[in-house]
Design a protein around this ligand. Sequence first.
Ligand SMILES: [Zn+2]
Length: 283
Amino acid sequence: MMGPAHSLSGAAVWLGGTATYSMVTGNAIDPAILVMGTAVFSGAALGPDLDSYTSTATRSFGIFGRILYYLTNGLSMIVHGATRTHNDKPVENGHRTFMHTIVGSLLMGLLVLGLTSIPGTTEIFGKTFATGQLFAIGIMAFFLHLGLAGLFSKQIKNAKKTFGPYLLMAASLAVTAATAVFLPTYETGYQWLAIVVAAGWYTHILGDTITKMGTPMMWPLKIRGKRWYDVALPAGLRITAGEWQETKILTPIFWVIVAYGLISNVLLLAFDVNLLQAVGLVS
Ligand SMILES: [Zn+2]
């Protein structure tokens, strides 16, 4: 899938998933987490392509995107080279390798968990903040930026010409800092953020698995002698990224799920109306 479809798929999985979860279990999700989660999930659904120099994700961060590209692509190359069997072809570029695996997604979640769990406090402008919380805000801003860059790629391309590449980054940070005030600060920290990042990241991999030549998501499990075996749909069912199957079928489906998730979540939180209960699907 192309960048915008990836972000949209992330928003769909998060909004549809949370709405269904809340309606089936009767557990409401905090509205601030719901809103920030939508942004972070759709951003994380763009994250794996930081390993590509020309992706929406990499370009959206200007010079920082290029640094992230060299880091993620370089790491992927090293992991690929170190673990490939004689059946795996060597690669000249790390795109769609390590960043596109289940282990890679879990690692991203663990990274978020680790950074947001750092104990201690940090002083900024004379105010004291929990260090872990500062990392959480930074991570949220990072993925909010990615999510916006994906969902509004056209508008942002135009705005970039007028205001330069760093306006969106500054705006994302400001919006996140303002939203952070409303986020519940659990004693337990930011597990939800780690889960959202890992799940969003993995949603991207699933998207690539159905639209491209596949992804080596099962690494390091050996399949047919390869550790970097590309998991893909059977040849006849494969969808070409950016083609009509994506724009005319997948994208509309994602929009329907986004609408279902939005409407159900709002009805439940604001009016205590359970849509699934109303149509008799849950008791
Ligand atoms: Zn990808």
